[in-house]
Design a protein around this ligand. Structure first.
Ligand SMILES: [Fe+2]
Length: 607
């Protein structure tokens, strides 16, 4: 008899569902992909529907449903934070309290009610809860190929923990120590995200992208006034400058006064050197904390493997620094380390810890697939394309690779929609927008005409795994774009002009390498290495591009526009194709050229 476990992450941000069958992840998806609401926090009904349908089972066949957090403990934190700060924060308490009472405190009842909608005989006894940081840690450790590892989880906050250290050994995983709310590295980074006018829980990537344009001139100020970092990397925040505990904002007036400017207006597109300097400074402080923590953990436990999880593990610049630091021989970052990935983590925790099931250790070169979402057959795609009257042709695989590679080499921007949708924040070649990285205009064109987002944001390269070290300083696989690497000197171009006197916009226009569209101002790149085994079609396409151009690299950015989730269905993809500057879209074996489409056909598919 197979054992099915359904993991659920919901009600905070980026809800998701994951289905395990005998400990293996069969399917997983974020609710935003179906609801089309970015980071949708609602109960993931549609994701659950999908994972059950994928496994061809009903909720009745599911043995356990695991929620990724313990709501009673979180509530205790809320009350305790209020009491220790009273009467400050009464306003936020008044807002939070009824919401908690109504929604989260009685979560078991709510979950039960929602699951009854799938099956009126669903048993409440099947519902389990996993601690938040244990869910994160389990997601990382149990998906790694390490028998033994230190697991460092760093996020905004779980129930109480904001940073935790667990030791994984075989099937056992135990949290050894933690730093507790309100002292949180994730919240500190988010406070700066807020200060720079970006949306918290979404804009942290933008802050990281802006950082290389600045100088870290505020590091001392941050360390003197905002965060007290001990020599072992543990830290305490000075809450005088933050409002996240008691108020409804991340930072306060004192914070503004400290840096001499008020919170940046997110609507304004102007970034001054000041903003870049702020971004550079908090990035350096974050890296310093993570480096101190990991160096000390390596010394203390003498374990050579490190697993990372929690939202802060999405900081691929910091991850790259940890790799270079060499305190650990191996570093594994859960490919979806944020809260959505905790849906996989809590299910894995239930399987190995609560059900005491052994691990099936993978080989070191075996990377778990992130292609865990829905897929669409050629028949389904052509049915859809015929129904809307689009113009397309169907090609065999080889012809498809040649035509697409040729178009890319000629400067076209291509939507590439294949197989199962990716789980997590990154598109890894199945819901991707692709372009020629050698083209000097491509970064600006992609940012402004396709993604409708800030011009400074860098794009990531995908490179044939077997040629990665000919272009980047890289000595291992990076299949999920979670590590920043440096472009090799031989591929760089000399940059002229006094850098100090240039604006961010001027610096952006300078060509720094033979692949300018994916080379950041400091020669860094968020590399994805692609092995044939992991995605044969994507690998073949890049190989064809390499044959034509001698460049085994493409720009790979997710198929979405600013503020929208990555596309899920052929219909989502077609809408995006028709409302952006994409030249071509390939959906399974169908190739569509923009010039052949009737622009207003049908009306709901044009913007
Ligand atoms: Fe978290």
């Amino acid at each position: 008899m197979k054992i099915y476990i359904l993991g659920i992450s919901a009600f905070y941000h980026d809800s998701a569902a994951a289905l395990l069958c005998d400990g293996e992840v069969l399917a997983a998806a974020q609710e935003e992909r179906f609801s089309r609401i970015k980071n949708d926090p609602q109960f993931p009904s549609k994701s659950i529907e999908f994972v059950l349908k994928y496994a061809n089972i009903s909720i009745r066949d599911v043995d356990y449903v695991v929620y990724y957090d313990k709501p009673f403990v979180t509530f205790e934190r809320l009350i305790a934070s209020y009491l220790s700060n009273a009467p400050r924060g009464f306003k936020s308490f008044l807002i939070s309290f009824p919401l908690w009472i109504k929604k989260k405190l009685f979560l078991k009842k709510i979950l039960y009610k929602r699951l009854l909608q799938f099956d009126e005989k669903f048993s409440v006894k099947k519902i389990l809860f996993s601690e938040h940081h244990l869910s994160h840690a389990a997601g990382s450790f149990y998906s790694s190929c390490f028998d033994e590892a230190i697991v460092l989880t760093v996020d905004a906050v779980g129930e109480w923990a904001t940073t935790s250290v667990a030791i994984g050994n075989g099937k056992s995983l135990k949290i050894e120590k933690e730093i507790r709310f309100p002292h949180s590295l994730g919240l500190l980074y988010s406070a700066f995200t807020y200060y720079l006018g970006f949306k918290v829980n979404e804009g942290e990537y933008k802050l990281m992208g802006l950082a290389p344009f600045g100088k870290p001139i505020f590091v001392d100020k941050i360390k003197k006034h905002l965060i007290d970092i001990k020599s072992d990397g543990t830290f305490r925040l000075n809450l005088d400058y933050f409002d996240f505990v008691t108020g409804l904002k991340m930072t306060n007036k004192l914070f503004d006064e400290l840096f001499g400017q008020s919170v940046r207006d997110g609507q304004s597109d102007i970034f001054e050197d000041f903003h870049a300097d702020i971004a550079a400074s908090i990035q350096v402080v974050t890296e310093e904390v993570l480096l101190l923590l990991t160096r000390n953990l390596a010394k203390e436990y003498k374990i050579k493997n490190l697993c990372l999880s929690g939202g802060v593990a999405l900081n691929c610049v910091a991850n790259g620094k940890l790799l270079d630091d060499g305190s650990f021989e191996n570093i594994w970052v859960q490919p979806s380390p944020g809260d959505s990935g905790a849906a996989i983590g809590c299910a894995l925790a239930a399987w190995h810890i609560q059900l005491d099931q052994p691990r099936n250790l993978k080989k070191i070169e075996t990377f778990p697939s992130q292609y865990l979402g829905p897929k669409f057959s050629n028949d389904e795609v052509t049915l859809f394309l015929d129904a809307i009257g689009s113009s397309y042709s169907v090609c065999a695989d080889d012809q498809l690779f040649d035509l697409t590679a040729d178009a890319l080499a000629n400067g076209k921007i291509v939507g590439w929609f294949q197989g199962r949708m990716e789980f997590g924040a990154r598109a890894l070649g199945n819901r991707s927008i692709l372009a020629d990285p050698r083209n000097p205009e491509m970064q600006e064109k992609l940012n402004l005409k396709i993604k409708f987002r800030e011009g400074f944001r860098p794009f990531a390269p995908v490179i044939l795994s077997e040629m990665a070290n000919e272009w980047f300083e890289i000595d291992r696989e990076s299949p999920y774009m979670l590590f920043v690497r440096i472009v090799l000197k031989v591929k760089r171009l000399a940059v002229s002009g006094q850098q100090k006197e240039l604006t961010i916009q001027q610096k952006l226009k300078q060509l720094r390498s033979k692949i300018p569209a994916v080379t950041h101002i400091n020669y860094s790149a968020r590399v994805q290495t692609i092995q044939k085994r992991m995605n044969p079609k994507f690998h073949s396409l890049i190989s064809s591009f390499n044959q034509i151009t001698g460049c085994p690299i493409l720009v790979n950015t997710s198929m979405n526009v600013r503020g929208e989730p990555i596309v899920c269905t052929p219909s989502d993809a077609y809408k995006l194709f028709m409302s952006t500057g994409l030249d071509i879209i390939v959906i399974e074996n169908c190739i569509l050229y923009k010039k052949d489409q009737f622009p207003k056909l049908p009306i709901e598919f044009s913007h």
